[in-house]
Write a new protein. Structure first.
Length: 329
């Protein structure tokens, strides 16, 4: 064998394991979610962003944004006064009609419609019965949403409400300690929960039949100080929770750097799903939505990346054999 041929064969033999390893690697999952899901302009903006980049998102809906004046007066969250909500209510029936159209079309486009309960109250001390009551209000509100504003509901809406809403995220990421919230989630028909916070990107765990996801702490800023991968947390860090449009471009760049570096660590490493959370509020002049748009535009088109909803992510994770059972965290 000639020296050139021998060198070529040796080089190929070293490359083959690397090629095989690359082919066997799972896709990098990116799971983007939005809490509140109310502002109709941002419904359109997020749906357009997803369509442009081949992405599916998860929308955690607060049901008070489907309540008209009559429903507002009747709503009572656990341990709260009647008619109270920390995030307000819909301002008009026309606003609800437009929102229902956005929710339904997002569902048809393959996005997850999930629950953020109703009035955005801190439920860390709630009992199983408290959670069950709030879940029941969410369900009843969606069941009657079209009729309440004088619209004919689309065929399939009742099936979505009864069987298609599989996920929940607790307001303020404030989950009840112990089993009460999980027990109530099971009774309500949820299959996954996204209320946890993890030290970094982490695989979900199964707790008493509920698959539990957590938003990760990711390094951010000049000192790479960890922060929850969510726009509101960045807003508080960057401007102490006060709107600062003058420095919007700087905040966008910092957020994008944090998001992209967190992505790169997983993409070039163990490919643990990267979860990032947002709200239907454009804080600091839209800095964090622009950073999100840059991220999904950069990564979602790659053949070995999948920007998916939580529901889509679950079977993809299960095929990796990485979903473990636990009695708690």
């Amino acid at each position: 064998m000639s020296r050139l041929l021998l060198s070529t064969c040796l080089a190929a033999s070293f490359l083959l394991p690397a090629i095989a390893e690359a082919a066997d690697r799972p896709k990098q999952l990116v799971i983007i979610s939005f809490d509140g899901a109310h502002d109709n302009a941002l419904w359109l903006k997020s749906r357009e962003m997803a369509a442009k980049n081949g992405a599916h998102f998860t929308y955690f809906l607060s049901c008070t944004f489907l309540m008209n004046e009559a429903a507002k007066k009747a709503y009572q969250a656990p341990h709260q006064k009647r008619g109270k909500s920390n995030v307000g209510f819909a301002q008009s029936d026309d606003e609800i009609r437009e929102r229902l159209g956005n929710i339904w079309h997002a569902h048809l486009e393959g996005h997850d419609i999930s629950s953020h309960a109703c009035g955005h109250f801190d439920g860390r001390l709630w009992s199983e019965a408290d959670w069950s009551a709030e879940y029941a209000t969410f369900h009843a509100t969606l069941k009657n949403a079209w009729k309440s504003v004088g619209l004919q509901e689309p065929t399939g809406w009742q099936d979505l409400v009864d069987h298609g809403i599989k996920g929940f995220r607790a307001p303020y990421l404030s989950a009840t300690a112990g089993s009460d919230m999980i027990a109530a989630e099971k009774k309500a028909g949820f299959t996954y929960d996204a209320s946890l916070v993890t030290k970094g990107p982490a695989m979900p765990v199964e707790e008493d039949g509920i698959i539990r996801f957590g938003l990760p702490l990711i390094p951010e800023g000049p000192n790479e100080k960890p922060i929850i991968g969510m726009d509101y947390n960045l807003f508080v860090r960057h401007s102490k929770g006060e709107e600062d449009t003058a420095d919007s471009a700087e905040f966008e760049d910092r957020a994008y750097a944090a998001f992209s570096q967190a992505f790169d660590r997983q993409y070039n490493g163990n490919r643990i799903p990267l979860q990032l959370g947002f709200h239907f509020v454009e804080m600091n002049g839209g800095a964090y939505w622009r950073a999100l748009d840059r991220l999904v535009s950069d990564v979602c088109h790659r053949p070995d990346v999948a920007c998916v909803s939580y529901s889509e992510a679950i079977p993809m994770i299960e095929t990796r054999g990485k979903l473990v059972q636990t009695s708690g965290l």
